[in-house]
Design a protein around this ligand. Sequence first.
Ligand code: ADP
Ligand code: ASP
Ligand code: MG
Length: 407
Amino acid sequence: MSLVVQKYGGTSVGTVDRIKHIAERIAAVAHDNHHIVVVVSAMNDETDRLMTLAHEISAQPDERELDLLLSSGERTTIALVAMMLKEMGVKARSFTGRQVGIFTNNAHTKARIERVAADRITTALEQNLVPIVAGFQGINEQSDVTTLGRGGSDLTAIALAASLHADRCEIYTDVDGVYTADPRIVPMARRLDRISYEEMLEMASLGAKVLQDRAVVFAANHQVRIVVKSSFSEAPGTEVIQEHREMERNAVSGVTYDRNQAKVTLIGVPDTPGIAARIFEPVAQADIIVDMIIQNVGQDAMTDISFTVPKDDVPKAIEVMNCVSQEIHAKRVEVVQDIAKVSLVGVGMRAHSGVAAKMFVIMANEGINIMMISTSEIKISCVIEEKHVEAAVKLLHREFELDKASR
Ligand code: ADP
Ligand code: ASP
Ligand code: MG
C-alpha cells in the first residue's frame, strides 16, 4: 500500500469551507486504500496575529513563551480538520508535535529536528486512521515546545515523509507549483514542471517562500520526493528532483526577492588582523544568521564593515554590535532597514558565462543602485533599495526571457 504525506498551508485551511474542501480531498485518498498522513499549518495569518500580540507586550518576546504561543495556531487546525473528517465518516486523529515525537534542539523559534519517533503515527496507520499532524512544532529535551522557523510546517511534512519512508510528500499551497518568479509580482511567471533540490534550496533561501529552505535541505539529504501543488486545482504541480544535465540548458531558472533583510554597518573599525572574528563570533553566539558581508577598503587604518541579517534579528544584532563596538573602539553602528535582495538562480550558470554582467547592466540601465553583491556557483544576489525591488524582479524576469524558457 502506498503512503503519501500531504501538507496543507495556511490559506488551504483558512476557513471552515476550505477545511471541508481539503477534507474531501483527504477522504478521497483514504477511500482509495492509500495510507495518508496529513500535516497542517495554522489558519491563514494566525501565526502573524499571535506574533503581533506578543510584540504588543515586548519588543523581544521571551522565545520559550513565544514558541508555546505560536504553536497554538496549528493545534487549532489539527482539531478542526480531524473533526471535519470524522463528520464525513473518515476515521482520523489529531496529533501535536509532542504526541508525534518530533524531537528538536533547544534553539527556540528556529529549532532543528534531531529525531522523529513517529511510533504513534505508525500505529494510527495500522489502525486505518488518518493522522492529522500539527506542523511547525516539536519539543526539546526538557519537553518544552519549540517551533521550526517560519514556514516550518513544510519541514514537519518532509521529516515525517523521510521517517515513514513515504512514497512522496505533497505540499499543497495557494499557487499550483514553483514558478520562475513569485506569480503575485510577475504575472508572466511560468510554472516549472520540475526543479532540482539545489535550485529549490537557493530559491527558498533567497525569498521564494513557497517552500521552507530548511525543509528542502532535509528533503535533499533524505531523498524525499516533493511535489508542490495547489489545493484549489487538479494541476500537476512542480516536482523537486535530483539535478540532471538537461537542466543546465537555461542559464537562469528563476528570479527571487527578499524584503526581510536589514543592513548593519559598523563604522570606523580599526583595520587590524582578527577584527572580523571579534565582530562575527558574538553574532554567531547570539544565533543570528548573517548573509552578506562587505568590508570597505580601509583608510588611515580604519574601515567599515557591513553585513545583512533577517529583519527580525535587528534588535538582537544592535544589542550585540553596541557591545562589540565599545570593545573594539569602533565609531558607531548604523542600521538600514529599507533594503531588499534580488537574486537570479540557475544550475545553468555553471555552464553559461556573463550572467552577472548582464544582470548589472540591466539594473544600471534602470538607474537601480547595487549596494552589495554575492555570488555562488548557481546564484547571483544584489542588495538594492527596497522601493526598486518589484521593478527589478519584473525587469530581470523579462530580460532573461524566463517566460519563454522551457523545462
Ligand atoms: P503556505 O501558507 O501554503 O505554506 P506560503 O505563503 O508559505 O504558502 O507560500 C506560497 C506563496 O509563495 C505563494 O502565494 C507565492 O506568492 C509565494 N512565492 C514566492 N515565490 C514563488 C515562486 N517562485 N513560485 C511560487 N510561489 C512563490
Ligand atoms: N504557521 C507557521 C508560519 O506561518 C508555519 C507554516 O505555516 O508553515 O510560519
Ligand atoms: Mg509556507
